[in-house]
Design a binder for this molecule. Sequence first.
Ligand code: ATP
Ligand code: MG
Length: 592
Amino acid sequence: MAMRMSSLFLRTLRENPADAEVPSHQLLVRAGYIRRVSPGIYTWLPLGLKVLRKVETIVREEMDAIGAQELLFPALLPREPYEATGRWTEYGDNVFRLKDRKDGDYLLGPTHEEMFTLAVKDMFTSYKDLPLSLYQIQTKYRDEARPRAGILRGREFVMKDSYSFDLDEPGLEKSYLLHREAYVRIFDRLGFHYVIVQAMAGAMGGSMSEEFLATAANGEDTYVHCRSCGYAANVEAVAVPVPGPIPYADAPPAHDEETPESPTIAALVERLNELYPGASPHGGSWVATDTLKTYIVMLVHPDGRREPLAMGIPGDREVDEKRLAAQVEPAQVEAFEEKDFAAYPALVKGYMGPTVLGTESVTGIRFLVDPRVVEGSRWVAGGNAPGIHAVDLVAGRDFTPDGTIEAAEVRPGDPCPSCGQPLEAARGIEMGHIFQLGRKYAEALDLRVLDENGKLRTVLMGSYGVGISRAVACVAEGNHDDVGLIWPRALAPADVHIVATGKDDAVFVAGETLTRDLEASGVTVLFDDRVGVSPGVKFTDSELIGIPTIVVIGRGLAGGTIEIKDRRSGERREVPIADAVAQIRAEVGIEL
Ligand code: ATP
Ligand code: MG
């Protein structure tokens, strides 16, 4: 059935909504695709729902093509399975929890590893049942700290999640590759510019994990890539190349120096160059990379336990909050406050240094260092007294870290972890995530099957997600101009937008006929059949709505012609009305 503007449930807006900052959000609201109910919670209006369903269809076709089977779990889930895997607590404030009338605990599913694992455990028992891939397209709930950009980061959103089940590693790798290939086809069909980058395997204990990032200057994810070898990774997942240990038998002993008025690294470096010109560990002038900054934060673990964590970071770098967050997950990072300092008198604010840090030290505070702080490396760091810095502190001799942490910022120009050439940085939006989970969930929920020899074996799992509703925002973000959206054909809410202009009855009659003929030949139509609405308003709406082909029936009709306009290029051409169906079909890519 064609959609008609005279009756369509739609009101376009001329002004941007006050809360909308990015173009996709502004335009999707203004053009009547979505409407806000509450922060991060949106209604899909008829036009928007059509686009959403088209994304779903593409994803569904490609999942079916790799033999994955669709099912649908509830969104309202009991606590117990999530308790068994620890995620009831690990999710912290990000999950919506609720109670039923009997005071039982429930949650609204943020992701469904537990449910899939239990379903397979419930029904399958043998290696003969594997491999198996299951998926659903379902509404997820996450109480995001910062819902953003409309449906881009919602608190209710639609995700395709699939899970693979295999008996052994080669099986898991194969399932992973099948999904990877399906994702390439999905994102190609959606018309994204995207990159595939290495992602954090993190606390989930998986071995291999990649993200599909739509390239976007205002994306929330930063990734680095290397032109020379093709390495690409989310900055969260970058492992800094570790230099070898440095012999330190001849290193001078550590000594404390007065460094008054050296609150910044730059001032400290200047002071060192006055005090010891040319005596840096590398024999030249002192530079920021000779200094070690001490950062301290408070970790809040899912069970509420608070643990200070200190870090030693080369002085020329800042801590990257997202890298740090990814490293300490599921713990949350909070600031180390005055009252926390008060509890540790050995910590001198502004002059903290490694010698009072570490689980074996006076404070007992866990101390992790940047991987560049290798054994034998020599540093200038806080001297744990006001105005004092310790010089020639040697790692492994004068202080003993508890381990390393990848928390320092990654910068363009840093050496590629794979080939050493300089890295470049760019931003993107995470559209999909594929992940070799391994045995984590199968172990926690005891999913085992009998192998060929009748022995029980824990199943290996993969998990794979696509942000379906996010994809709508992301495509809109990449396909618009100043006046409106410009949908790629595959996702447009209709193939053509017919605009009848003028007062003459004949244009409306011709519009009706053309609409009917096109629909009958497989072309979907949005027909602007509004009477008494000015051509200017109609054109403005058609550009805002963004259907890629616009057909104008107006003044030319008297001479037997209509106009076909390309929304993207603005090109227009006159066509005889008799040829209209054939020409429009060719235009939208439906062959006769
Ligand atoms: P992000 O890092 O953006 O928060 P995530 O790593 O938590 O995402 P996953 O758990 O991997 O996300 O979910 C799979 C996919 O679901 C993501 O790749 C993304 O496309 C989509 N997605 C995740 N969170 C949201 C959200 N709040 N709104 C819309 N889509 C989302
Ligand atoms: Mg992810």
